[in-house]
Design a protein around this ligand. Structure first.
Ligand code: PHE
Length: 376
């Protein structure tokens, strides 16, 4: 059909209206940078599930400010240096309103200065190292931070498990590991416990036998290993092979679908803290779990729930700001009080950290069971 015929059928006013509404419905872009491939691909996959589910649900409900949301995904391949590059690309090329990422503290620490310099709000779903949000007033987190997590673990070990002599096995190349070890040691010794030995390793190491043997010589009653799921799985197996039956204790980094696969029966007796328990009876949590299972055939863990909450929090902040202006969104994020998240009612404190409870989980007979929630 020629343009003239078309214009005769469709009046000009309609065309103008149509183009105005197309412009109004332009998507609001949120940047998502994670380890989608490489060593920590499990973290990327898990968190993307939560993020995508939140985006689709928000869009089905009409979007934000009358516009749909769009998630622009950037993969840092689990490599050092790539998160800063991903953040720059999302900010400069894709012109995102806000960033969501990363899981690992080391990678959030890389991207945070980039976001801060550009004045783009960044919400880390799961990075618990305190330095992440210290990068500046644009940087927020949806989770609790390690000074709290370390305290929770130390008091659980000392008070509930009655343990007194801790041996530390720390990945010195990871800010998460070193920071959580320090926080644990602080509270454990304040309570009256003792750190009897400390050994270190570097991310990617696969053999922990020398360190485990040295730790055993100090006669500890627990091994604190703040790290990610691969390391704990390998270390627990090697410990059992050496005849070391001590319980392992760690933090949220243990949580991944592959955790039990890697460690197997060697993990029995292991305890860790995390952000969310799938045994929670809250109706909103039950409904979230059911929707996640229907969509992915997988029960969500803390990381998917935190990322789901992070996307919804950013959308909520844009709605409260009434604008996609980055400074206005930043101010709305900072003013967050009692946001109803799946991972709990969330308020953002003066340090831009979320204040919320931790869940203690334990491995018993090859299964992960919920033990208790601990409030700040
Ligand atoms: N808290 C970890 C860190 O700061 C990341 C993590 C969170 C890993 C949740 C797994 C699950 O590095």
């Amino acid at each position: 059909m020629s343009l003239r015929v078309f214009l005769r059928i469709v009046p000009l006013s309609c065309l103008l209206l149509a183009s105005a509404s197309t412009r109004a419905a332009e998507p609001i872009k949120l940047g998502f940078f994670m380890s989608m491939t490489g060593r920590d691909a499990s973290f990327g996959e898990t968190s993307l599930r939560g993020a995508q589910m939140a985006i689709d649900e928000l869009n089905a409900a009409g979007g934000v400010l009358g516009r749909p949301l769009e998630l622009v995904v950037a993969d840092n391949r689990s490599l050092a240096g790539e998160s800063a590059t991903a953040a720059k690309k999302l900010i400069n090329r894709d012109k995102v309103v806000a960033l969501i990422g990363e899981c690992a503290s080391s990678r959030s620490l890389e991207a945070a200065p980039v976001a801060q310099t550009a004045g783009v709000p960044m919400v880390s779903p799961a990075s618990t190292n305190p330095r992440v949000t210290e990068a500046g007033d644009c940087i927020f987190r949806m989770c609790f931070a390690d000074p709290f997590q370390g305290e929770v673990l130390a008091s659980y070990a000392y008070r509930r498990l009655g343990l007194r002599r801790a041996a530390l096995l720390v990945d010195n190349s990871a800010p998460y590991s070193a920071g959580l070890a320090a926080a644990f040691a602080r509270t454990f010794t304040t309570l009256g416990g003792e750190v009897v030995a400390r050994q270190q390793y570097t991310a990617g190491d696969k053999d922990f036998r020398a360190q485990l043997t040295t730790l055993r010589a100090a006669a500890p009653d627990l091994i604190f290993l703040p790290s990610y799921y691969v390391d704990i799985g390998l270390a627990a197996k090697q410990a059992r092979e050496l005849g070391i039956t001590l319980p392992f204790l760690g933090g949220d980094g243990y949580e991944a679908p592959q955790f039990l696969e890697i460690g197997g029966p060697a993990l029995n007796g292991t305890c860790y803290s995390t952000h969310f328990s799938p045994e929670n009876s809250d109706p909103a949590v039950r409904a979230f779990i059911a929707r996640h299972q229907a969509r992915y055939q997988i029960t969500p863990n803390g990381l998917s729930a935190l990322t789901y909450d992070s996307v919804r929090l950013v959308a909520d902040a844009i709605a409260r700001a009434g604008s996609t202006d980055r400074a206005a969104v930043r101010a709305a994020l900072a003013a967050t009080r009692d946001f109803p998240g799946i991972t709990g009612r969330t308020s953002i404190d003066a340090r831009r950290d979320a204040v919320k409870e931790a869940a203690i989980m334990a491995v018993r007979d090859g299964r992960i069971v919920f033990v208790e929630n601990i409030r700040p």
